[in-house]
Write a new protein. Structure first.
Ligand code: SF4
Ligand code: SF4
Lengths: 583, 179
């Protein structure tokens, strides 16, 4: 038994119902009594032997046939010890209440709101328990419950609440928002405001060009200072999690493309890794190398995209054109590799779709030859520029403790000096076979996060170069006829392959019963997939831990006290993509 | 040190550095913008564009109406109605075949699923229409797209699956199993 589980069991002999260590996958989990959740959470966080300081995710699952219907699942991570733990607590349908852990991990605020929104579990003591992804006045229930149909409620055109195109628009008699509705966007009494007049509520978005999608923020302003910033998410909510409950494992891959559409390959990667972990399927070495190469290519694309748009938001136009020029070269390579530029659908469970040809390797090396010079070029434009420095230095500062407490990952966490990178902590792909470093910042401000992304691009170039040099020959997809469709050439020739082909495409494969969480380092942060399998060809529950969503939870904390013009920079500094944030 | 920094501040040194980079680009001016629609890129053979139904070399439809593409599609684009080939009770074909291209993800799962390679993805991409209903394609339209792109398709299929060339001549020259 893992020491963490022992400590937990010794401390709470009654409250901890059972502990479990997954033999094949290494996941640690503990079932606890819902009534003691807060106590246990505080112990996990405070005890130095455990030190679970980072909240990864909060989600829930619905078991309609169980007397205790809902399961609330907490994923926590101990950064000092590098251990992940899953805590599960059951609540009943009549009384779906559990204590909120926001007082322990501030990052839980948004996660619990999402759980409330989609599953209807109430968190007592939560500061602001409202719907987050669905519209606030949505009264058709909780979409992730199993009795909510996966098909939704029919066709868009038949929804009564949508305006019909041939009807005249309803007359609105009052443009003023009622005071009660405004209240949630106001800061608690006493915060901010110096020269007492009246605070202004300013609505920004959802169509604001700098919000990188459709994000609405309600700003409470005292003069030009932000007193409170409330992100309003969900404009791009498609219900990918619900959707995937109705799809075979293989069919979900193209849907993951649409999460973070700037770097769709990393989403594919995160998803197939989670499924492979669930299946305990080994991937051929060449496929691992190819995956690492393309994932790093995507990281470069993602960071180039970020740099271009962030500079554009701040007012530097040239950088945008130059980064997109380099991005184009990489996109052309993807097009050659898998036939698409943005929604790549390149990964397969057990390997990759097509081979990384020597021609592509040559083109990649050529690109890398000039890439260093290009990065230096961007640096020469902005790194010392006084406008850039003025707009980014000491803007949106977050301390290391706060960053961890909010569950930040990726560049926003490393910018505050926390050396946490999934690629180093739990190496996957070929990351442990090549040499590279994790850049960390010092001040936790926007400039450090910019520096980190520049440095990460350099490291990515390094990783790709070594991978291309070391790439072994061999198959690019695992040989597991029960799970992976046989090669097309065989399907047309031999009966056995044809039968496997038919079964896999009509029914899908059946993974073992179980559940697993698998984290991948995406350009935006830690992208995790949590899959519960009930042994059927479709996931019983799939939770996407989207870094953009969790970073938005810290937005209010990071934006308070800055000027209204800094809001744009603060959006940009997380590198959010709303497709992933809203799912 | 202080003096240097001061000098840099009053001379706008970093702006000069930036301008130098910009000027270098002005001198080595290489346009990379493509004047689309007048110029078009050459797309790679493996491009995942518009879907099409394919035929054998002798003109018969490849599709055997097996429904696998419908089952594999993650977005429920495809609807197949299969029936017996008149007069040949052992053979089946798709008497009706619809694709609702407004929903298509262009993921290529259907192409992967088709056991006889009757589906292909072409290099067509200019499919913007004024009326969404024009994107609901039937079998004739899909076959027409396939006919248009046929030469291209053939190359790609050969490139992907070495045995398809044999299938193209309607099951003649079938290679021995396991080669
Ligand atoms: S490309 Fe994908 S979404 Fe489109 S029809 Fe084929 S399987 Fe369906
Ligand atoms: S296109 Fe292929 S998979 Fe689809 S019904 Fe025809 S033969 Fe079957």
């Amino acid at each position: 038994m893992h020491p963490v589980l022992d400590i937990l069991k010794d401390k709470f002999p009654d409250a901890v119902l059972s502990v479990h260590q997954d033999k094949d996958r290494g996941d640690l989990s503990a079932r606890v009594k819902a009534a003691h959740m807060l106590e246990i959470a505080r112990f996990l966080h405070d005890d130095p032997r455990l030190a679970f300081d980072h909240i990864t995710d909060v989600c829930s699952a619905d078991y309609p046939d169980d007397p205790e219907r809902f399961e609330v699942i907490y994923h926590v991570l101990s950064l000092p010890h590098g251990v992940r733990l899953r805590i599960k607590a059951r609540v009943t349908e009549e009384h779906p209440v559990i204590a909120s852990v926001v007082s322990v991990w501030k990052g839980a605020e948004f996660m619990e709101r999402e759980t409330y929104d989609l599953m209807g579990i109430k968190f007592s003591g939560h500061p602001d328990l409202r719907r987050i992804l669905m519209p606030e006045n949505y009264d058709e229930g909780y979409p992730l419950r199993k009795d909510f149909p996966a098909e939704g409620r029919g066709w868009r055109s038949s929804f009564p609440f949508l305006p019909k195109m041939d009807e005249t628009a309803a007359v609105s008699n009052d443009n003023e928002v009622p005071e009660a509705e405004k209240q949630v966007f106001r800061a608690e009494v006493g915060a901010g405001s110096t020269r007492r007049t009246e605070e202004l509520l300013l609505n920004m978005g959802p169509q604001h060009p700098s919000t990188h999608g459709v994000l609405r923020v309600v700003l409470e302003l005292d003069g030009e200072r932000v007193v409170k910033a409330t992100p309003d998410l969900g404009y791009l909510h498609r219900g990918v999690e619900k959707l995937s409950e109705g799809l075979a494992y293989m069919q979900i891959i193209p849907h993951t493309d649409r999460l973070d559409y700037v770097c769709s390959m990393t989403n594919n990667y995160a998803y197939v890794r989670a499924v492979e972990k669930l299946l305990t399927l080994a991937v051929p070495e060449r496929a691992e190398y190819i995956r690492t190469v393309v994932a790093e290519m995507q990281r470069i694309i993602g960071h180039l995209f970020w740099l271009g748009t962030q500079a554009l938001d701040i007012g530097a136009m040239t950088v945008f054109f130059w980064t997109f020029r380099e991005r184009e070269v990489l996109l052309d390579m993807f097009e050659k590799l898998c036939g698409a530029r943005l929604t790549l659908n390149y990964f397969r469970i057990g390997g990759v779709d097509s081979d990384f040809t020597p021609d592509l390797a040559r083109r990649m090396n050529e690109f890398l030859d000039t890439f260093q010079a290009h990065i230096n070029e961007y640096d020469s434009l902005i790194a010392n520029n006084r406008i850039w420095i003025g707009r980014t230095k000491n803007v949106a500062v977050i301390s290391a403790e706060d960053a961890i407490n909010f569950g930040l990952t990726g560049p926003p966490l490393r910018g505050s000096g926390v050396k946490y990178d999934v690629r180093k902590m739990e190496p996957y792909g070929a990351y442990d076979k090549v040499e590279w470093e994790v850049p960390v910042g010092k001040n936790g401000d926007t400039y450090d996060r910019y520096w980190i992304r520049m440095e990460e691009m350099r490291q990515s170039a390094r990783i790709i170069r070594q991978c291309l040099a070391q790439m072994p020959q061999g198959p690019i997809i695992a040989d597991a006829p029960q799970i992976i469709p046989p090669p097309k050439a065989n399907v047309m020739r031999d009966m056995e392959s044809l039968i496997h082909h038919f079964i896999i495409f009509t029914q899908g494969f059946k993974p073992p019963k179980g559940e697993t969480y698998c984290a991948t380092e995406a350009p935006k942060g830690e992208l995790g997939f949590f899959i519960i399998s009930d042994g059927s060809p479709r996931p019983y529950r799939m939770k996407i831990r989207a870094p953009s969503f969790i970073h938005m939870g810290a937005f209010d904390h990071m934006a308070r006290g800055y000027l209204i013009s800094d809001i744009i920079t603060i959006f940009g500094t997380y590198d959010i993509v709303m497709g992933e944030c809203d799912r | 040190m202080k003096f240097k920094a001061w000098l840099k501040t009053i001379t706008f040194y970093e702006i000069l550095v930036g301008m130098a980079a910009t000027m270098r680009h002005l001198l080595r001016y290489k346009p990379i913008t493509l004047q689309y629609p007048h110029e078009k890129r050459t797309l790679p053979d493996s491009y995942r564009g518009m879907l099409a139904l394919l035929r054998y070399d002798d003109g018969t439809e490849k599709c055997v109406g097996c429904d696998l593409c419908e089952a594999a599609c993650p977005s429920r684009v495809i609807r197949v109605v299969s029936s017996e080939v008149p007069g040949e009770p052992t053979k089946r074909y798709a008497s009706e075949y619809y694709m609702d291209m407004t929903r298509c993800l262009f993921c290529g799962m259907c192409v992967e699923a088709c056991p006889v390679d009757a589906l292909g993805m072409t290099r067509e991409y200019e499919w913007a229409v004024y009326d969404k209903r024009n994107l609901l394609l039937n079998k004739q339209q899909l076959l027409a797209i396939g006919d248009r792109s046929y030469p291209v398709r053939e190359k790609r299929l050969e490139f992907q699956h070495p045995n398809v060339a044999f299938f193209n001549v309607a099951f003649k020259n079938l290679p021995a199993k396991g080669t």
